[in-house]
Design a protein around this ligand. Structure first.
Ligand code: FAD
Length: 509
């Protein structure tokens, strides 16, 4: 028996977090003892439907066949997010995945674009992003390029049905030895001397013992907060939205290969097209809009026939002060929550699972292990928080109470410095550990009108005529590339159609 197979791991919760963790442990630590406890009576949040490209790597690492996964979860493809009405009520921009522009010199593309803009011949930024051009035409296909092809890759993510993803991963994990235990946990039992969690007791009296507990119990944080009182750092003064009302509606065409994030009176609305329905939701601040009004706004702005009653979720933005306490690691909503504006929660589950796999204890858990995990988790969430605050702070919705408030609040120092540096120099220097790199920051800042005062002087070393030609050629090459791709909806229904009975049932709607 190896050290790892001696360790009994108990996962508390069977939402996206629980089953992603279980699938990864089952895949990489075959033979380890992993039990997942979940309660059908309590259910899951089940609204995480938009992702970012790292999910492709997660699925690939697990060895999941993409077509099988897309069909099983009613997934469609996602090339970016369209932000509508954020910079100003009648403006839109896209935060697309992938390369920004094309390499021309030493500097990042946007520095040359800034110069071209001041010379009057640059088109809006999105004209030079391949994914933005492709998604504007509602197209998609998997693209494999020869190494010598100068066109950039087309990174993608998925829109999928979160409940079906959890179900899919459950099948995957159970085949790899993970044991599912149905039941509501009514007590958490501590070791009398060490104080570690020793077991959980279910309503039917069953006791589940373990040495390592992964708390995937959702917002309640059953072990990490209710039992171990890890504490919560509340960020709602920066991100005051605290409710989301969600409702599915029937699909319409075209099936857009992007998420829409449409600014509303006191929040924003998401639109996520799946194969069998469209997921819609309204994230809002309850200080500025009532639940009734928020629901009316949502229902007045859905594209297809309403398929279920609206459901409202409450949340507080922030992070657990310590995600790993004693022998309990919180993953998913139990570790904190940042609203889904950039579709990042499932990604945070993925990085938490990676960290856990790297640090999985082989014996007694050291304080260094916990500290290392907690420091990295905190850094990741704080930088992500800054990125989301940027969207709200740099809004141009003058006259909206929430929007006016957020434009003028004191923002985190780390964000303030980044915005000022960009204004002064056009530079963005995110650290390697940050989720969003220069490409994301530049698109959102420029998209919402945070403009540098000047461009880098090296951008002047290119002749004006050459710069003009370069921009024209870049756009033309991308437009041509996009034009050869098929319609996204048609492609998905050929590549990995959802079984008809699931479509008819609206699946989990
Ligand atoms: P949950 O889904 O709440 O699961 C908790 C589990 O714990 C359940 O199985 C429950 O039965 C179990 N449990 C709890 N208490 C007990 C008990 N006493 N006994 C036994 N079992 C128990 N993320 C994205 O990446 N993209 C998005 O577009 C996105 N949109 C979102 C929109 C909203 C409004 C919200 C709130 C979240 C969104 N998320 C999104 C986040 C995403 O939904 C979650 O990160 C994801 O679902 C993980 O949830 P979870 O597994 O941590 O918790």
């Amino acid at each position: 028996m190896s050290e790892l197979t001696q360790l009994r791991i108990v996962i508390v919760g069977g939402g996206t977090a629980g089953w992603m963790t279980a699938a990864a442990l089952g895949r990489f630590y075959e033979g380890a003892s992993v039990t997942l406890v979940e309660s059908d009576e309590i259910g899951i949040v089940g609204v995480g439907e938009a992702t970012i490209p790292h999910i492709v790597t997660f699925n690939q690492a697990l060895g999941i066949d993409e077509a099988e996964f897309v069909a099983a979860t009613g997934a469609t493809y996602k090339l970016g997010i369209a932000f509508e009405g954020w910079g100003a009520p009648d403006e839109a921009y896209v935060h697309a995945f992938g390369q920004v522009g094309r390499g021309i010199g030493l500097l990042p593309f946007h520095q040359y674009w800034l110069r071209a803009r001041s010379l009057g011949f640059a088109k809006p930024f999105g004209h030079y992003l391949l994914n933005t051009i492709i998604l504007a035409g509602d197209r998609f296909a998997h693209i494999e390029r020869e190494p010598e092809n100068p066109l950039p890759p087309v990174p993608y993510a998925f829109h999928f049905d979160a409940s079906l993803y959890a179900r899919f991963l459950r099948g995957f994990a159970e085949k790899r030895g993970v044991v599912r235990q149905e039941g509501r946990i009514v007590a958490v039992n501590r070791h009398p001397t060490s104080g570690d969690v020793a077991s959980v007791t279910l309503a039917n009296g069953t006791q589940v013992d373990g040495e390592l507990f992964i708390d995937c119990s959702g917002f309640r944080g059953l072990l990490i907060e209710q039992e171990l009182e890890a504490g919560f750092e509340d960020w709602s003064h920066w991100l005051p939205c605290d409710r989301a009302t969600a409702v599915p509606c029937a699909s319409v065409t075209p099936v857009t290969p992007y998420t829409r994030a449409i600014a509303r009176k006191a929040g924003w609305q998401w639109r996520i097209p799946l194969q069998h329905r469209i997921g819609n939701g309204h994230v809002y601040c309850s200080r500025h809009v009532s639940e009734d009004e928020a629901t009316s706004i949502l229902l007045a702005n859905i594209d297809g026939e309403q398929m279920a009653e609206p459901r409202t979720l409450r949340f507080t933005t922030g992070r657990r002060r310590k995600a790993w306490v004693r022998n309990v690691v919180a993953i998913g909503l139990s570790s904190g929550f940042i609203e889904p504006l950039e579709s990042t929660s499932i990604h945070l589950i993925q990085t938490a699972v990676n960290r856990l796999l790297e640090l999985l204890p082989r014996g007694e858990i050291s304080e260094f292990t916990r500290e290392s995990y907690n420091a990295r988790a905190a850094f990741e969430m704080e930088r992500l928080r800054d990125f989301i605050v940027l969207h709200y702070h740099a809004n141009g919705r003058v006259g909206g109470a929430l929007w006016d408030e957020l434009r003028t609040i004191e923002i985190p120092d780390t964000l303030h410095q980044r915005i000022e540096l960009f204004r002064e120099t056009g530079g963005v220097f995110p650290s390697l550990d940050e989720l969003f790199d220069l490409r994301g920051w530049v698109q959102v800042m420029i998209g919402q009108g945070v403009m540098p005062k000047r461009w880098h002087p090296l951008a002047d070393t290119i002749e004006e005529s050459r710069l003009r030609h370069f921009l024209e050629m870049t756009e033309q090459a991308y437009v041509q590339e996009a034009a050869r791709l098929p319609d996204h909806g048609a492609y998905v229904s050929r590549f990995a159609p959802m079984p008809r009975q699931d479509v008819a049932a609206g699946a989990s709607a």
